[in-house]
Design a binder for this molecule. Sequence first.
Ligand code: SF4
Length: 366
Amino acid sequence: MVLQQEDLGAEYYSLEREEILDRISSRKEELRDDVLILCHHYQQEDLFRFADLTGDSLKLAKEASAISDREFLIFCGVHFMAESADILASPDQKVLLPHLHAGCPMADMATVGAVSQAYKDLVSAGIIKDEKDMVPVTYVNSSAAIKAFVGERDGSVCTSSNGEKVLQWALGKGEKVFFFPDEHLGRNSAAALGVPDERVLLWRRGELLGGHSVRELQQAKVLLWDGYCEVHMRFLPDHVRQWRLKEPDIQIIAHPECPRDVVSIADQYGSTETIISAVNDSPAGSKWAIATEVNLVDRLRNQHPDKDIHLLASSPCQCTTMDCNQPVNLLWLLDNIAAGNVKNQICVDFKTAKLAARSLEQMLAI
Ligand code: SF4
């Protein structure tokens, strides 16, 4: 989803980096009783340094909701993360995104219209008798509307750290599972649970019955929506092999949004929090090649000069949409709050928020 970002004005475009950072510091101090700044691990250092809370999307949303005395939650992340924060925030809190073009292309690959149509087609083709026979699971990297669709059908959200657990729950609950929007997290989770490859099918958007025959779909256990993260898709099995040839004692750790052929030959895989803990807990002199967003890898390298830390790929793998949030956008947002103007608020309507919260609560119950 691309929203229209307001022009900042000439005054902001002419500011130098140091001036921007100084002015953010002053504004943050001035607004310290009203504003909480949340920052995802993939954000650049010049935003990260101002964070009151850092973490992955769900951790940030949950921690922020516990701090109810700040009126403004500025979420340095992408649109779906701000939506999750708004769903969990108290009614008088406002969630703001520094730049409205900071979206997640993967989340945008699953729309409610397309997902609803897929469900209808599966019923019409006689693959399931009722929509209830297909349990929906959505990765937290999805729109509030998709989370609501899942909540309305008694499905669950999952994260990159509990994908297997949630998928196992869903497989025990219904005949089949539909996993949105990330093919790779779904495939990696299904493989870890031992679901045979031939019973895991990729639902290709735009193709009749997702590109499969009725018979193939009848035999399937898990359908995967064909969404992907273009950042994590850039890591290849050849990168793993090249690092092992060069540094035989290197440890390879991959995020589960990476394709199966990378995750299956890595030494470990896990969420951003898992990657951070693995590196933090490793002894001095450890060597790591990490398959996730470059800002996090650079930060880990700077935090651990006693360890040899690399990005798994040779070219930068950066989340360019998250990078729409620049320090100058944060300054503009803070200046507006100080002037009494609320800009870039992300609001999830009451009905969507209620149903989406149901799918989040289901995950917490699992
Ligand atoms: S890294 Fe990938 S999944 Fe995460 S916000 Fe960016 S595009 Fe979306």
